[in-house]
Design a protein around this ligand. Sequence first.
Ligand SMILES: [Zn+2]
Length: 229
Amino acid sequence: MQLCIGDRLWWIEIQRKPIKNLILRVAKEGDRLLVSAPQHVDQKTIEQFILSRQKWIEKTWIQIEHRRSQKYWHHVRSGQILFFGKKVPFRLEKGQERLLHENDGITLWTRVSDPEAVQQAFERQAVRLLQRRVEERRIELDARLAEYRQPAPTVSFRKMRSRWGSCIPSKGKVTLNTNLIYYPEVCLDYVLVHEFAHLIIPNHSRRFYQVVENWMPEYRQAQQWLREK
Ligand SMILES: [Zn+2]
């Protein structure tokens, strides 16, 4: 079932167990709520229970997200950064915000010094690198869509909490997660293919994955990568 809590729609997984009280957890991926419930408790009661814990849910979720984002970033202290799935040398310089990617690593110029602000600056600049890769990859995908008489969508990037990408077929809009900068390029390719395929088939049926496989035969490898994290 799904439940709107605050401004977010949550997936709820309910497991019936021989227990006395309801137990609520936020999944460690931060993408759904897990409820253990005694056999006799009805859905309405479970819903009310979840809603009464709204503050706790939001707080716990922010903690999980914070931890996840630190995981991407923690190499920076040792002068390294995770970039397209590899640790590369990272230099920080003072100056007008820009990013340079060369063979021997990445240099980021910024005026901020607070670690969180530096990370945001990096990700802001990294979006350009992601966009460049998307522009290369989508030439072929746009042609694939044309075979289905589907116009090419717009692609934008956003830091998302619990999804790698999203697609609004009716608006021809695809959004990809900026965090993909930390994963091997094949992951960006896969999420792009996945969301483009949703323009043709909106669900995750077998037919959908047939389209994905047709466009990107090695997609399972990327899928695994993204699941592990
Ligand atoms: Zn999907």
